[in-house]
Structures are given as C-alpha cells and as structure tokens.
Design a protein around this ligand. Structure first.
Ligand SMILES: *[C@@H]1O[C@H](CO)[C@@H](O)[C@H](O)[C@H]1NC(C)=O
Ligand SMILES: *[C@@H]1O[C@H](CO)[C@@H](O)[C@H](O)[C@H]1NC(C)=O
Length: 356
C-alpha cells in the first residue's frame, strides 16, 4: 500500500506515443516524467519545452502523479479493483477505455494541477507565484462577481483581495501542456475520452476553489478583511471524482468521428465535469491477463457490510475464510497530573476475513 518516497509515479502517458516509458521498481509501474521526456525527444511543442527548459516543474509534475495515485488507492481501497500499481495490471487498465481508466486519468490530471499550483504558492517555482489580485479596478469587479458566485466572500464591510492565493490557472495549464499535448491532434474515441476526463479532473480542482479571509483592525475587530482564493484539499477532489466515477456515462463516437455522444438517446449529455468511458469494465472477480484484473482472492472483506466492501460482493460469492488475529493495543490509559498519559498494553482479538 505504501508508495516509496522516491520520485516514482505511474505512467499515465503510456498509451501510444510513449508506450515504452514505463518500467518497474519492485512490482510497481513507475513513471518518471524525465523518462517521458527522453522518449519524446523528437517531439516539438509544449511538452518538449517543459522537458528541456523546466526541470523544477517536471519534479512537481512527478509529485502530482503520486498525489493522484495515492488518492486513487484511498478511494478504491475497499473495491474489487483497488487502483493497483502492479505493472501488468495497470498497463492493461490504461490501454483500455473503461470507467477505471477514466478515473485514473482524471485523478492524475487533478494531482498534477494541484501539485504545480501548490508549488507556485510555496514559491518553489520561478515560473509562477501566488495569485495576487490587487489592482483597484479589477478588485471592484471581482468583488461583485465573486460575491454572487461564492457564499464565503463577505458581502458586508470592507475587504480586499490580498495575501497569497492559489494560482490554479497556472497549474491547470501546465497539467494540460504536459499530459494532453501529445494527444491534441488526434480524434479517435479513446483520445477524445481521455482528454475529456483529464479536463474533468482538473476542473474538480479549479471549480471548487474557496475563499479564505483574515481580519485586520483593532484587536481583531474585523473592520478590514483580506481575502484570497484557495484550492479544496485533495481528499475533496478525490471524493468528487469518485462520485463522477459512480455516475460516469458511456459514450460512442459521432458519425463524423470528431466528438462523442452518450450511448442511448435518453441519457443526458455529460457535462464537463462528468467522467465518460467507451468500454464496459470487467467484473474484476478473477485474475485475467487480458483485462488486467488481479481477482479478489486473498482480499480482506467486511462480513457484515452489504456494500462493495462486504464479503458477499467483494468475494464475488465465492465465500471467505475467517482468521482470528491478536493485536496489541493501548488500554486503561490514565491521565497523570501534569501532563502525561500512561497506558497498559492489552491484547485484543480481531477476526479478519479474506476472500476465497
Ligand atoms: C489490491 O488488490 C490486490 C489483489 O487483488 C492485492 O494484491 C493488493 O495488495 C491490493 N492493493 C492494495 C493497495 O490494497
Ligand atoms: C463493517 O461493516 C459494518 C456495516 O457497514 C460497519 O458498521 C463496520 O464498522 C465495518 N467494520 C469494519 C472493520 O470496517
């Protein structure tokens, strides 16, 4: 479960032009954006520019891929497909066009947007800095616009933009430049779906920026406030994308082949933030080389839950084994004046269920 703290990340750009750019450390598929750069030396354009001229940005991109991967594993920890980074499996998942493919693409694009934006705010990149909205004319129009759009913005009293806001547009753009650039000229259905889901991921960050304010004035009287824009935390981004995954729409190419529509006339067209896919998922019950399914044998399940993490669904009806494990925990803790807590060690028995 733990990712290694090395600059190691899943390869998401591996579909076509750069399929050769993933390798393994242990059993993980890893991607170093630097390696993608090597593979794409012949390419021109924005990707090549980042590769040649922006090594610090590349490092942030790698961090972003890792942020996305961790969140993916958290969101899917109790499901049949658990966002595994086992190479042979992930490779197959990414070469297809299922909901799972869509989620991995979206969360990665979101992670890159997030990490690059954070780096700007922290002052770690020379190319960008905090968002500063201080010009006066701009300020007034922004206040009215934001006051309508954003309930957090104070509507009464004096306030102004200031502080150090998250410059999400920069992160958004760099995520696009790096992840989408190699695909921009193609219009097969998989590419269209991929670009759509990448953007849906980025929008899950950008559309949910919130406003934070700080009071100034005599002893916190809040006569003047400074406000700035801040990204949602990444768990929220993950939760939103997981919802989009659950409601993802299946699409088919239009006749001209330049866009897609939902399959079936009654389903409303997907909005920019919805995830889409063009291939049905396997059930992930049994190992299958072709689909990248690892199967669920040996996975832990919850015997009393009726949900996806419950033994019935997770084990696909095959049944499960129960084992009692002893665990040491802190118990009978006492607070001692002042200020220490002392505990005894107790052994508790837990039953662990694993799928057959
Ligand atoms: C995901 O599931 C596979 C088997 O299906 C298991 O080997 C692996 O440990 C799981 N990974 C995580 C991160 O839980
Ligand atoms: C198992 O599922 C039940 C019912 O959903 C829940 O109350 C319980 O906390 C779960 N147990 C674990 C260990 O997650």
């Amino acid at each position: 479960m733990e990712m290694r703290p090395v600059l190691v990340a899943i390869c998401l750009l591996l579909v076509t032009p750069i399929t050769g750019s993933f390798w393994t450390v242990g059993s993980q598929v890893v991607m170093d954006p630097m390696l993608i750069c090597k593979k794409t030396r012949r390419l021109k354009g924005k990707l090549a520019d980042i590769c040649r001229k922006e090594p610090a940005l590349l490092k942030e991109i790698a961090k972003g891929v890792q942020v996305g991967t961790r969140e993916c594993q958290y969101q899917f920890r109790n499901r049949r497909w658990n966002c595994t980074t086992v190479r042979r499996s992930l490779r197959k998942i990414l070469l297809r066009d299922t909901r799972e493919t869509g989620f991995v693409n979206a969360i990665t694009a979101a992670g890159v947007t997030y990490a690059v934006t954070k780096a700007c705010t922290m002052g770690d990149l020379v190319e960008c800095s905090c968002e500063k909205t201080s010009s006066k004319g701009n300020r007034l129009s922004k206040i009215t616009r934001n006051a309508e759009r954003n309930k957090n913005v104070p509507t009464e009293g004096e306030w102004e933009w200031g502080g150090c806001g998250d410059n999400v547009n920069f992160g958004f753009k760099k995520s696009r430049d790096f992840m989408d650039a190699p695909y921009r000229k193609r219009s097969d259905i998989k590419t269209l779906v991929k670009l759509h889901n990448n953007d849906a991921g980025r929008l899950a960050v950008k559309k949910f920026m919130r406003t934070e304010c700080k009071c100034h004035g005599l002893s916190g009287s809040c006569t003047v406030r400074t406000c700035w824009r801040k990204m949602p935390n990444f768990r929220e981004v993950g939760n939103r994308l997981k919802e989009s995954f659950d409601g993802a729409a299946k699409v088919i190419p239009t006749n001209d082949g330049h866009s897609f529509i939902t399959e079936g006339p009654t389903i409303k067209p997907p909005s920019k933030v919805d995830l889409v896919y063009s291939e049905d998922s396997p059930d992930f019950c049994k190992p299958n080389r072709k689909t990248g399914s690892l199967g669920t044998q040996g996975r832990q399940c919850n015997s009393t839950s009726p949900g996806v993490e419950g033994c019935e669904l997770l084990c696909c009806g095959r049944g499960y084994d129960t084992k009692v494990v002893k665990e040491k925990v802190n118990c009978q803790c006492r607070f001692q004046w002042c200020c220490e807590v002392t505990c005894n060690t107790c052994v508790v028995k837990n039953s662990v269920n694993t799928c057959r």
